[in-house]
Structure formats: structure tokens, C-alpha cells
Design a binder for this molecule. Structure first.
Ligand SMILES: C[S@@+](CC[C@H](N)C(=O)[O-])C[C@H]1O[C@@H](n2cnc3c(N)ncnc32)[C@H](O)[C@@H]1O
Length: 290
């Protein structure tokens, strides 16, 4: 079951990058995870990551000074850009459209919204319609963004954006690797995950301490696991919360029958299981009668 696969990721070549001289129009605030992109090429590449197949509504989380927003606006989409920072919102509502008139060839609608993505009822933004999520995410809440996205997965056919590299890798990793964990299994049960490219700290203002990684998630056509989703999540979390133990030990709280505990799968550690192994493990636990 274990697939020891070492991935090598293509790094974005920052040699051609020429930093801007001008000061950022919004003062970067650490507690909001603000690291503004200075490199237009990277912003454009992120702006092109969504395939837009079968939907046209997009939420950008954390537009900041709009560097990515302006490339999104060049695409044929209806965009809601949501930021928690009132200074960014003021800038986006007032100076941004004037400053970027020359480069922006807006096709669809555009709405700037002040709000906390983690608290916002995002479903009400587009009624019953499907929407994608993208952004250069605030790294302090990036895993929470992914878990919230999973809660709304029936509305979200696609998701792309920039994370701390380590988190992006964790989401995309296959079994057999150290980074493979709860996030990888829960995301990949419902989405095809693709790590796209790496971005170095020097293209941000201020530069973060870590490298960044851009990924794309495309929802699978079949969303039915065939088992209880609640139990599936409980099994995955319990298994990885004690990742050095075999499943026989980490899943003790599930009160398994002696017959089931003898199944070979319970002699394995969680990183050895593929996503489909986790689904069949959940099936076995669901059908188990003590
Ligand atoms: C890494 S910066 C990216 C800014 C801009 N998109 C860029 O690439 O330069 C993250 C942005 O997310 C915003 N942000 C932080 N927490 C947020 C939240 N809970 N909801 C919405 N936006 C948030 C910050 O204010 C900031 O503008």
C-alpha cells in the first residue's frame, strides 16, 4: 500500500524579477499575515491558475493591494474580493481602479467586501450557484481556509492559490511521505490536488521567513465516498493524531471487534494508506459489529 514517491517541484525562476521602487499603498500588518506580492509575473501566473470550467463566480481571499485582483479582473468572471483589513478595502474601493485603469480590462462584475472569510457565510454571495476560491492566502489561517472550503465543497468546483510551501505540499502529497497527513487525505478524497510552482520570499514585501507554494484543487466528479463522511473524518484524524502507532492502537477508541482487529490493515501506520484505503477502512469500521 505504501508508495514511496519523492516529488520534485518546479521552482519559479525569479531571476527576471525587478523589484518595484514605490512603497506599498497599504502598510503591511503582521497580525493579518500581510505579505504583498511585488512580482507581477507571479501575480499573473496565480491569476491564470483557475480553469473556469463550468462556473464564472470567484471569491478572492485577501486581495490586499490588488496585485492578483487585477489579473483576475482580466478574466471573464464575476469576482468578490474579500479582505479583513479596512485600509486595503479603502484602497481597493478608491485608488485602485484609477491607478490600474490602463492594465485592467474588466469583463465581469467586481465587488469589494470587508469581512473575515472564516466567519462569513460565503454561500449567500452567489445564491445556489457554484463558485471558485483563489488568493494569496494569509498563512496564519491557511489550513482553516482549506477546512472551511471542504465544508462548502458542494458549491466549490475549484480552488487555487498560494500557501506556505510546506502546507501546499502537505495538501498535495501522496501516501508514503512524511508530509502526508490529515489535510492530504481529507482534501484528496474530494479533489484532485496539483502542486503548481514554488515562489521565493524575495518577491514579497515584507518577505516571509518561508518559501511559498501555489496549488490547484479540482473537485472530483464523484463526491460520494460510499461511507459516512463523519466517520471517515474521525478515522483519518484519529489515525494521524498518533501517526507513529499502528491503526490497531490509534483506533482503539472505535471499540472494534476482535475479528476486525486481526485484519492486516490494522497492522499498518496511517502514512502507508492511500485515500481509497482510508475509505475501505472506514467501510470496515462502519460494518463492524462487536
Ligand atoms: C499574503 S496577503 C496577500 C495580499 C495580496 N493578495 C497580494 O498578493 O499581495 C493576505 C491578505 O489576506 C488578508 N486577510 C487576513 N486575514 C483575513 C481573513 N480572515 N479574511 C479575509 N482576508 C484576510 C490580509 O489583510 C491580506 O491582505
Amino acid at each position: 500500500m505504501s508508495k514511496n514517491k519523492k516529488k520534485s517541484y518546479q521552482a519559479y525562476d525569479a531571476k527576471s524579477f525587478k523589484p518595484q521602487k514605490e512603497k506599498s499603498p497599504v502598510k503591511a500588518k503582521k497580525h493579518l499575515g500581510q505579505h504583498f506580492l511585488k512580482d507581477e509575473t507571479v501575480a499573473q501566473k496565480i491569476g491564470e491558475t483557475l480553469t473556469l470550467e463550468g462556473y464564472r463566480n470567484v471569491i478572492e481571499i485577501g486581495p490586499g493591494t490588488g496585485v492578483l485582483t487585477k489579473y483576475l479582473l482580466g478574466r471573464d468572471i464575476d469576482l468578490v474580493a474579500m479582505d479583513l483589513d479596512s485600509e486595503s478595502i479603502d484602497y481597493l474601493n478608491n485608488s485602485f481602479p484609477l491607478e490600474h485603469n490602463d492594465v485592467m480590462h474588466r469583463k465581469g462584475s467586481f465587488k469589494v467586501l470587508e469581512g473575515d472569510f472564516l466567519k462569513y457565510d460565503i454561500k449567500q454571495l452567489f445564491g445556489e450557484e457554484q463558485f471558485a476560491i483563489t488568493g494569496n492566502f494569509p498563512y496564519n489561517i491557511s489550513t482553516q481556509i482549506v477546512f472551511k472550503m471542504l465544508d462548502y465543497k458542494e458549491y466549490i468546483p475549484e480552488f487555487s492559490g498560494m500557501f506556505q510551501k510546506e502546507v501546499a505540499e502537505r495538501i498535495c502529497e501522496s501516501n508514503g511521505s512524511k508530509a502526508y497527513g490529515i489535510l492530504s487525505v481529507l482534501v484528496q478524497a474530494f479533489y484532485e490536488a496539483e502542486y503548481l510552482f514554488t515562489v521565493s520570499p524575495q518577491v514579497f514585501d515584507p518577505p516571509p521567513k518561508v518559501q511559498s507554494g501555489v496549488l490547484r484543487l479540482v473537485r472530483k466528479s464523484n463526491q460520494e465516498l460510499g461511507v459516512s463522511e463523519k466517520l471517515f473524518k474521525q478515522v483519518v484524524k484519529a489515525a494521524f493524531n498518533q501517526r507513529r502507532k499502528t491503526l490497531r492502537n490509534s483506533l482503539k477508541t472505535f471499540d472494534l471487534s476482535d475479528v476486525l482487529k486481526e485484519d492486516v490493515i490494522f497492522g499498518l501506520r496511517p502514512e502507508q494508506l492511500t485515500v481509497s484505503d482510508f475509505i475501505s477502512l472506514t467501510q470496515k469500521i462502519q460494518n463492524d459489529t462487536v
